[in-house]
Every structure is written in structure tokens, then in C-alpha cells.
Design a protein around this ligand. Structure first.
Ligand code: NAI
Length: 299
């Protein structure tokens, strides 16, 4: 029997992984009137995410986007938990942890034990097969890809990606919830990189090739793409916003999933930045230098 998969503002939302994306998803859910529980494996990470959300809401009050009472209400809906067992009762889990299949699979095993049988288990993966994440679970029908973009509260688009076993009722419920959260949802196939990350790979790769061949510096390439190309961000600004570590993982995942199609090969510059800990805005240095702790804005 198919579960009803009812997702509305009364659904408590579990967000697992409190980095750039998890913080944004938690904030968006709370702004959409859900109670939200945030879990991160790294001690203190979820609390720091809450601080970033608070600072972002404060900026919203200052700019007149929300009033002080609404700020308190949104912030008050988000709490931090320490283990998956404390997610019991949540009707929707959104996973935004490290982009590694083994880590995601093991988390989803915990989530299926912790959450009720009719809870929807969504992954914000950028590139990993939703079918592979769901494989081995008792009920893979409730696992689905729900791919947000950075910064989550500002970017309109989400991709909804069913795996082989995903129940169409789960996809329908996520479409309705995406609308309620103010997003435009598109159906994307469970193919490497889905739609957006497939199209975006050459944008980064060609920028990196221009840099490697000493044809132009990041500043020049970014300016040209922004000013003449009409892109909101050039490739280097965008890689620094996404996180060079996350972006490299996505490149590696798409490269492997396309049987090492050379179009998607990682670039040595990208690899060296990650080895040096230059993850971008979130670490303070990437292709550019940022003020301390300049995480991507959550809203
Ligand atoms: P991030 O590196 O900023 O944050 C990841 C967080 O997950 C960290 O706080 C880490 O401590 C935590 N974590 C790692 N393993 C965990 C586990 N087993 N259990 C609980 N917490 C764990 O990464 P970011 O950028 O937020 O990305 C997260 C996911 O979202 C990845 O799958 C990524 O591909 C995807 N994504 C990223 C986008 C971006 O622009 N950064 C855009 C869309 C999707």
C-alpha cells in the first residue's frame, strides 16, 4: 500500500547537514512555517548554522524584508538535535551532507529507522544517483532527489529527481511543497549531474582551462561572463560560492558516472585548491580572498 505522503506546513522537517545548503534549506522551511530540526555530525556546526540564519534574518529586518516579530517566529521554529533518533516525528527529511555515496547511504539507513514509515526522505545531492542512495533500504519508494541551488532562499529553481523505485506520489507531494515554499520545480532525470549540473560543468571547466593556459585571470573571465554574457556570476565567483570542495566532488561524480568522459575531467587547479583547503567563501579563500568566515548568504 502506498503511503499518503502528505506534506504541508504542519509537517516537521529534518535537515541533516548544516553547511551552506542545509542552513538555507532550514531557513526556507522555517520561513514557510514548518518546525525544523537540524542535525550535523560535526560538533557545533548546527549551532553555527543557526547563528548564520539569525544574522541573515537580522539583515532582512534591517532591509525591511521582514518585521522583528516574524524574525523571532522564524528563528524560533528551528532547533538543533544531536542524533538521528531525535528526528522521530518529522514527516520530511532533507539530506544536505557531504557529496559521497557511502556517507549518504549510511545516513539514509539511519533515517529510515528514525522517521515514520510515511515520511519522505529527500536528498539534496548535486550529482549522485538517487537510485543508488535508496538501494538496500526497506522502502526505497519514499526516497527522492530535491535539488536546491545556492543561496537556497534566493534561487527560485529546484530539481525533483525520482530514482527507479520512487513512488510518483512522493514526486507529486514534493511538487506541491516546492510551490508552497515559493520555488519553481522542474522534473529532472536521474542521470549524472541531472540537468543543471550537467550543463554547468563546461562553464567551470572552460574557465579553468582558460586560467590553466594563462589566457586570462579569474577576475577578467568573471567580468566578461557577467558584463557581456549576462550571467549573475562568473565561473570562478560561482565556484567559490558553491565551495570548491563540493564542486570538485560533483565533477568527480559526474566524471565517473559518464564512464570518464573527458569533457567532465577535474582540473588540476581545482584539485590543488581543495588540497590546500581553499574551499571558497566558506573557508575565506578560494580563487579570491574573502573576509573571515564569509559563508554564502543564506538568504
Ligand atoms: P558543506 O560542506 O557546506 O556542508 C556539509 C555539512 O554536512 C557539514 O556541516 C558537515 O559537517 C555535515 N556532514 C557531513 N557528513 C555528515 C553526516 N554523515 N551526518 C551529518 N552531517 C554531516 O556542503 P554544502 O555546500 O552545504 O553541500 C551539501 C550537499 O548539498 C552536497 O550533497 C552538495 O552536493 C549539495 N549541494 C550543494 C550546493 C552548493 O552550491 N554548495 C548546491 C546544491 C546541492
Amino acid at each position: 500500500m502506498n503511503a499518503p505522503y502528505t506534506l504541508d506546513a504542519s509537517t516537521e522537517v529534518a535537515v541533516i547537514g548544516a553547511g551552506s545548503m542545509g542552513a538555507g534549506i532550514a531557513q526556507l522551511a522555517a520561513q514557510s512555517r514548518h518546525r525544523v530540526r537540524v542535525l550535523d555530525a560535526q560538533p557545533g556546526a548546527a549551532t553555527r548554522a543557526l547563528e548564520r540564519i539569525g544574522a541573515d534574518l537580522d539583515a532582512g529586518v534591517q532591509r525591511g524584508r521582514i518585521d522583528a516579530a516574524e524574525r523571532e517566529a522564524v528563528f524560533g521554529r528551528i532547533s538543533v538535535v544531536e542524533s538521528a533518533s531525535q528526528l522521530a516525528g518529522c514527516g520530511l527529511a532533507v539530506e544536505a551532507i557531504v557529496e559521497r555515496l557511502d556517507a549518504k547511504k549510511s545516513l539514509f539507513r539511519e533515517l529510515e529507522d528514525a522517521l515514520g514509515a510515511d515520511a519522505v526522505l529527500a536528498t539534496n545531492t548535486s550529482s549522485i544517483s538517487v537510485t543508488a542512495i535508496a538501494e538496500g533500504l526497506a522502502d526505497p519508494r519514499r526516497v527522492v532527489g530535491w535539488h536546491f541551488f545556492n543561496p537556497v532562499t534566493r534561487m527560485k529553481l529546484v530539481e525533483i529527481i525520482p530514482g527507479v523505485e520512487t513512488d510518483p506520489a512522493v514526486v507529486a507531494a514534493l511538487h506541491a511543497l516546492s510551490r508552497a515554499w515559493g520555488k519553481t520545480a522542474v522534473d529532472a532525470p536521474n542521470a549524472p549531474g541531472f540537468i543543471v549540473n550537467r550543463v554547468a560543468r563546461p562553464y567551470y571547466a572552460e574557465g579553468l582551462r582558460l586560467l590553466a593556459e594563462r589566457i586570462a585571470a579569474p577576475e577578467a573571465i568573471d567580468r566578461v561572463l557577467r558584463d557581456a554574457g549576462g550571467f549573475a556570476l562568473g565561473p570562478f565567483e560561482l565556484m567559490d560560492l558553491i565551495g570548491n570542495d563540493v564542486n570538485l566532488s560533483v565533477t568527480e561524480s559526474v566524471f565517473a558516472a559518464t564512464a570518464w568522459d573527458s569533457r567532465y575531467a577535474p582540473n588540476i587547479i581545482q584539485q590543488e585548491l581543495v588540497r590546500a583547503g581553499r574551499f571558497g567563501r566558506k573557508s575565506g579563500t578560494g580563487f579570491y580572498r574573502y573576509a573571515d568566515g564569509a559563508r554564502p548568504p543564506a538568504a
